[in-house]
Ligand binder design. Structure first.
Ligand SMILES: [Fe+2]
Length: 409
């Protein structure tokens, strides 16, 4: 197991109806809040009005910063920081999915950065390292979708349309003070949103499970339990959107998967890295949808040469018998079951269905390796060939084969 420091500073208030506790939590942080939300969901389903009224009743004035797009941009975050200054916000409250929460976390940093663009803290330029974010306004997250898990960690993802880069950055100060996870607020998610969010959770549970090589028995059980729990409840939430126990199960999986319990693996995030490059080029692509499209193809590529973990997943989660069959065969059977599950949920699609063209794949592969690859020959410098660390390392040819396979679905 790799060494790690575990820290869980976010107070998580979880449960149906528990949003009633938001105003008291906010009041303890101040009287003025910037309320960051997305384009439609929170407004359309009445969550925004409800939250504003509840906050006002407790003496907290909330200024709405709405319209945060899928894949929030540098410009949006910088505008949010100005809005926070204009209303003298003492805290930033996110109400929405991963985009709203990530934007809110980044706004909380930018608001205290004295007019410095948020990109200063995010960029990955080999000649000019990013500035470390040390300070942020206090953050409260109220998720309206089970998926990103952004509500209880210190990571935010920001896109820069000028450079066509979408990058995650992390800072201790971005740990939300409080996450109010009320599964009631996720009941309005459509069937596709619910499924895409669920496969985002699955990828959070599986990325380091599949890419790492350490012996991490407890973390493996956590990952397997998260995927099993998602599998047991996703269809229920799709068939009956108001199935509260199913929504609650998915919500807790979402918060837990990126909440720190999987620490101790040196594994990497190749599925997320590829998705980030994809949606940097296609900003309308929903994160979880891109992840769902890529997941089985990265799994298949990995299993061809490093089948052990895919075989373990197949046996522990997908009911593939422990009958002494070779790992490669068990992994193939597990992958078949995984794809069948995706089809049942409506989340099995090809990249072409999201408008991705074959001509873009070279540029996307270049970006993934430039931003996340490591040199094959350490002394080759910037010009050397790079690969993505993985239990089966992903070189440029491998990356192209994954993208091409994902194109067709
Ligand atoms: Fe994700």
């Amino acid at each position: 197991m790799a060494p790690f420091v575990a820290r869980f500073p976010t107070r998580i208030i979880f449960g149906l109806g528990e949003v009633a506790r938001l105003p008291g939590e906010a009041r303890a942080l101040g009287r003025r809040a910037l309320l960051v939300t997305g384009r439609a969901t929170a407004r359309r389903h009445g969550y925004l009005d409800l939250v504003r009224q509840m906050l006002a009743a407790q003496g907290v004035e909330a200024t709405v910063f709405g319209g945060v797009e899928e894949n929030p941009t540098v410009a949006t975050v910088n505008r949010g920081a100005v809005a926070a200054g204009d209303c003298h916000a003492e805290m930033v409250i996110a109400l929405g999915g991963g985009s709203a929460m990530d934007a809110a976390k980044a706004v909380a940093v930018a608001a205290l950065a004295k007019r410095e663009t948020i990109w200063t803290f995010v960029r990955r330029d080999r000649k000019d390292s990013p500035r470390r974010a040390e300070h942020a306004l206090p953050i409260i997250c109220v998720p309206t979708l089970a998926g990103s898990g952004s509500e209880a960690n210190e990571v935010a993802v920001v896109s820069n349309p000028e450079t066509r880069e979408k990058l995650a950055f992390r800072a201790e100060c971005m740990f939300p003070r409080v996450a109010v996870v009320d599964p009631d607020f996720t009941c309005s998610a459509s069937a596709p949103q619910t499924a895409w969010g669920a496969f985002d959770i699955v990828s959070h549970a599986l990325e380091t499970y599949l890419s790492g090589t350490e012996y991490t028995p407890l973390q493996d059980r956590f990952s397997e339990a998260i995927v099993r729990t998602v599998r047991d409840h996703l269809q229920k939430a799709i068939d009956s959107p108001l199935d509260k126990p199913a929504r609650a199960a998915l919500s807790w999986c979402s918060t837990a998967a990126l909440g720190g319990v999987l620490a101790g693996r040196r594994g990497t995030y190749p599925i997320h890295w590829i998705e980030h490059a994809l949606s940097a080029h296609y900003p309308a692509l929903q994160h979880g949808r891109g992840i769902a499209m890529l997941l089985p193809h990265v799994m298949a590529f990995t299993a061809q040469k490093a089948p052990a973990k895919c075989a373990q997943l197949a046996r522990e989660v997908f009911g593939v018998p422990r009958d002494g069959a070779a790992d490669a065969d068990a992994a193939a059977a597990g992958l078949k079951a995984f794809i069948a599950w995706q089809k049942e949920t409506g989340a099995r699609e090809g990249l072409t269905e999201a408008g991705v063209s074959a001509e873009a794949l070279d540029r996307i592969a270049d970006d993934v390796l430039r931003l996340h690859g490591v040199p094959i020959a350490p002394d080759a410098g910037d010009r050397g060939e790079r690969l993505l660390p993985n239990s089966r390392p992903i070189d440029r040819a491998g990356l192209k084969s994954i993208l091409q396979a994902a194109l067709a679905g």
